[in-house]
Design a protein around this ligand. Structure first.
Ligand code: EPU
Length: 336
């Protein structure tokens, strides 16, 4: 176990905000986690569990305990003629898990290549890209109840997955800490090539797992800034879901407004389009930028604070609401 006091989180958040936490605790096993959770001082403090910090916006220093898992390991726990079940430690870097699966010819997560962050957080957040979400391959999730210290194995259904949403994000339940995630991968991959740009990038060559992975990586590198170079947390807002009636009405005023049909009643509108239409794309607001190739991404141009990023996000939210009557909700988690 590692315990640090007044510890900088600059390397633990992809906006690279130089905030500090009063305490930082890292555990390597479920037993160590159990000891931390049972500690009376821990129970009295505010606590925040982080993964790779790729979806966090720290507004201030954190006056509590930041917990981080070091539980690693990728183990094949079961195999059938058509599937493999991989049990992955929460601290495994997600893209390394994708690489591991692709190398072995196991399909299901290749479209989720190059998404920053760690596996536990990926399962909490239900990461998604290019027509695939991690929920599609989740077999089960092992987690500890932070209040009762009991371990529970959640089936995929019990995880209650939705768009960037899960049981673990719902604050009405007891808080849980994910320790392992079991993925169900296919030996005969069923490729998901519904995203036009991915299909186009693959061209006429035969589709293989590694070609899909390479194509996804190339598309992401073109559109999204590398957090190691330019601080960012990927999409800052979720794509809003609106009623078909509201969309029809907006479409009369903005005929070029794109949308993905979800059902007869609902469509999802790309937030990047709405933000670009409000004139924010590529603009700088002091040390905060709206990325020039993807308006949904806010970037730290150097020495931005979380507060400054939040102010830009608020002016974007207000402008989109004024113009379209659509409320953007942040995808990143604000921590204050
Ligand atoms: N668009 C614009 N202007 C922009 C950006 C986007 O007009 O500046 C419009 C275009 O019409 C474009 C459409 O939005 O065709 C969709 O853009 P893109 O394919 O870049 O995807 P997205 O909807 O902006 C979502 C996810 C991404 C994921 C991609 C690919 C959310 C909030 N974001 O973005 O996930 O990589 O689809 O599947 O759902 C993340 O969650 O951090 C993330 C990067």
């Amino acid at each position: 176990m590692r315990i640090e006091q007044n510890y900088s989180l600059a390397e633990h958040n992809t906006f690279h905000l130089p905030v500090k936490t009063r305490w930082f605790m890292e555990y390597a096993t479920e037993e160590e986690l159990g000891r931390i959770l049972r500690d009376e001082y821990f129970q009295e403090c505010f606590s925040l569990h982080i993964g790779g910090g790729s979806n966090l916006l720290f507004i201030n220093d954190f006056n509590g305990i930041v917990l981080h898992s070091c539980i690693k390991g990728i183990t094949c726990v079961r195999e059938t003629d058509s599937e493999v079940f991989l049990r992955v430690g929460a601290a495994e870097v997600w893209d390394e898990v994708v690489d591991y699966a692709v190398e072995r010819g196991w399909g299901g997560i290749e479209n989720l290549s190059l998404i920053p962050g760690e596996t536990g957080a990926a399962a909490v957040q239900n990461i998604g890209a290019y027509g695939v979400e991690i929920k599609d391959v989740i077999e089960s999730v092992e987690a500890y109840n932070q209040l009762t210290f009991e371990k529970r194995v959640f089936s995929r259904e019990e995880c209650a997955y939705g768009y960037r949403d899960s049981f673990f994000k719902d604050e009405q339940h007891d808080p849980y800490i994910v320790t392992y995630v079991t993925l169900r991968l296919a030996k005969q991959p069923a490729y998901v090539l519904t995203y036009g740009q991915l299909r186009a990038r693959l061209g006429d060559e035969p589709v293989t797992l590694s070609r899909v992975r390479k194509a996804v990586i190339a598309i992401r590198k073109e559109k999204l800034p590398d957090p190691a170079v330019l601080g960012n947390a990927g999409s800052f807002f979720k794509n809003p879901v609106i009623s078909t009636a509201q969309y029809e009405e907006l479409k009369r005023r903005y005929p070029e407004m794109p949308a993905y049909v979800l059902s007869e009643q609902e469509v999802k509108v790309p937030a990047g389009w709405l933000i670009e239409a409000c004139g924010f794309k590529g603009k700088q607001h002091g040390p905060v930028g709206v990325y020039e190739k993807q308006a949904l991404v806010l970037v730290n141009l150097g020495d931005a604070t979380g507060h400054e990023i939040a102010l830009v996000a608020e002016s974007i939210r207000a402008a989109v609401d004024d113009r379209f009557g659509i409320e953007l909700m942040p995808e990143v988690k604000y921590v204050s």
